[in-house]
Design a protein around this ligand. Structure first.
Ligand SMILES: O=C(O)[C@@H](CO)OP(=O)(O)O
Length: 246
């Protein structure tokens, strides 16, 4: 038996549009981002890929993307589960900083280490800094798990327990599962599914609002590479993500 997994990065956010490092800052979708989410849902409906259950992060850009996409796919009524473990990578002291200015200030090598390396986190963000999430009610239960910065390795470490304990059981039950999340939390999942190496993963960029569909076997391994429902648009949008800051 195979199960179907659909990955959907949120549509364009207000800070994607401004080219700012975002991470755990809870910005909303732009009008364009709302349109991308609706289009993502239409693509799922047209392809007959109809989620039975949705998992989202605790961040409004992913939550609202899931609502808009599922509404467009006539699947607004399915059960929903949310976890901080699906949140975007915490970008530490870079949260709120302009990507272009950061590139100019620190140079290409440091910029790319912080942005795409596997295991180099940006400097941590102080709890009393403007863009800190420390003390927010949605993270009150995290205790020691509350990040102040993260690299992709850290995201994988906090994402995988949720994958195993919450998403895999839904897939094993035969459900088509939608995961509505973020550029870097979805990079963590794709790295795991496609067994992408620690160095190679730097080259992977996930576009906003484009459903990416996997068929998984009983061992939760993809039977074929993930397929974007609109491959041409996805390739162009992924290239735009790669070029942010330039
Ligand atoms: O700013 C962020 O939180 C992420 C996603 O928008 O950016 P990047 O693609 O640079 O990792």
């Amino acid at each position: 038996m195979t199960s179907t997994l659909v990955l959907l990065r949120h549509g364009e956010s207000e800070w994607n549009a401004k080219n700012l490092f975002t991470g755990w800052v809870d910005v909303n979708l732009t009008e364009k981002g709302r349109g991308e989410a609706v289009r993502g849902g239409e693509l799922m409906r047209e392809a007959g890929v109809l989620p039975d259950v949705v998992h989202t992060s605790l961040q409004r850009r992913a939550i609202n993307t899931a609502c808009l996409a599922l509404d467009a796919a006539d699947r607004h009524w399915i059960p929903v589960r949310r976890s901080w473990r699906l949140n975007e990578r915490h970008y530490g002291a870079l949260q709120g900083k302009d990507k272009k200015q950061t590139l100019a200030e620190f140079g290409e090598e440091q910029f790319m280490l912080w942005r795409r390396s596997f295991d180099v986190p940006p400097p941590p963000l102080d709890d009393d800094a403007e863009h800190s999430q420390a003390g927010l009610p949605q993270y009150a239960d995290l205790g020691e798990d509350m990040p102040r910065t993260e690299c992709l390795k850290d995201v994988i470490a906090r994402f995988l327990p949720y994958w195993e304990s919450a998403i895999v059981p839904d897939l094993r039950a035969g459900h088509t599962v939608l995961v509505a999340a973020h550029g870097n939390s979805l990079r963590a999942l794709v790295k795991h599914l496609d067994r992408i190496g620690d160095d190679e993963i730097a080259g992977l960029n996930i576009p906003t609002g484009m459903p990416l569909v996997y068929e998984l076997d009983d061992d939760m391994r993809p039977t074929a590479p993930g397929r974007y429902l609109d491959p041409e648009a996805a390739a162009a949008a992924a290239a735009a993500v790669a070029n942010q800051g330039r």
